[in-house]
Design a protein around this ligand. Sequence first.
Ligand SMILES: C[S@@+](CC[C@H](N)C(=O)[O-])C[C@H]1O[C@@H](n2cnc3c(N)ncnc32)[C@H](O)[C@@H]1O
Length: 469
Amino acid sequence: MNVAKCSPEAITELLRNPLPLRLARGEDLNVLRPVQYLGNKQRSLGVILSAIEDLVSQGDAVFDLFSGTSVVSQGLTALGLKVSAVDVSTACCAMAQATLGVGRSNWMGSPSEMISSWQQASASPYEELTSKFAPWIGLEELALQARDGKALISAGQRVPQVWRTEGAESNLLRLFSTWNDAALLGSQRSLALLSPVVAGSYLGIEQAVTVDARRKAITEMVERGEIDGWQSSVMITALLAATSKAAYSPGKHFAQPHRTDASKNLNFHSGRALADRSVDIATTAEEFVRLLFRRPRPEQASEVLQMPVNEINADELKSRNVHLVYADPPYTAQQYSRFYHVLDTLALGVPHPLQIYRGAVTSGLYPNGRYFSPFCSKRQATPAFEELATTCYDAGATMVLSYSTSANGSTGNQRMISLDELCKIFFEVYGSAAVEVRELAHGYRQFNSGDSARPSRDDPEVLLIAHAA
Ligand SMILES: C[S@@+](CC[C@H](N)C(=O)[O-])C[C@H]1O[C@@H](n2cnc3c(N)ncnc32)[C@H](O)[C@@H]1O
């Protein structure tokens, strides 16, 4: 095995002369990326897998820490590995369960049967919700028929919400009151989940109602014992995919919807509103169910662990005989929980009270009590990486860590830890002779598409590999 010895001083040189990595394997990697997700590794998956393939044998147990969209986990299962996907996000865990086939039974039904049961179960909640939002859905439909993006935006700005109740009739106010009670109790009892919060902003009004009706149907089908854990994760993942596709925001995240105040030239936004609000949630979700059914059943049983990575200890890795740990943590101060809270709420099926800042809801409509990752904190990142490196070393596992460096002069988001600092940690824990750094061919997408952040696709992406003794 070719292990490059490197000191912090040698890293700059090494990045100028990247170690040869085999190019992405020609075969179709056959992975599904359910949602648009910042920092997902779909583009670099081929090279990541090539590097890992040299370090493992068929049937080895591996961890995919910070599994996100699960594309890396899917790639690892395609290598014949036994994968444990770990992420703190409920949406990410649903996606991993669905794509990895965790708990997939030998149920003989077809996707068409599942889709048809889902349609039937969502018919009544859909009817009830549409009747409550009827005048607003009517306005939205007229605007869509007339291809009038500005009227569409205006309908979205006027629809009553739990945080903006003006103009709400009594039946809508009752819906909001049930939503508020459920949010306070953390219960799944509310008929509406997203529509009282994001209808007219991130989603169209009819789209939000469809998502809610479909999500309610899943809860009820689980309660009636009609679907198992894997089937419910398939439907949830399909809804996540449709919601992501329809999201009316830059980059399809949920940090903030497109800003559409009257002072702006709305031509761009009108076009986007027409395109995004035209996404048919039900059809898109149903197509995704079919795609998930087509995924191969992995040879090795995988698992999904919804937990903070920093709570994993060496004994847990040892008990599973983990040979290799791949990790793709966040490196900037931007919390994923800020960007994907709508997907997490949807996956959980429980409304959250909204965060109030200076007497008002936030422009991103964030829920209270979002998760804050230590990896996104300048103060906590170093100790968090030290702990992670030590845990993996103590368990006798090789570690493969993705890192994206900030290109020279890039004004993009600052990293919480530099590559030098990261290498130092791994040199100390694994010994410098056991650590190598490889540069991948292309760059990383920045979190922000705002003015201050460059579209720094040329920020080099790196793999740090620490070999177990
Ligand atoms: C860069 S993304 C991972 C992308 C993923 N490899 C993919 O290809 O889609 C980082 C992920 O880390 C998760 N995360 C952040 N802090 C975490 C923590 N302390 N424990 C577990 N997951 C965490 C986020 O929810 C997010 O999904």
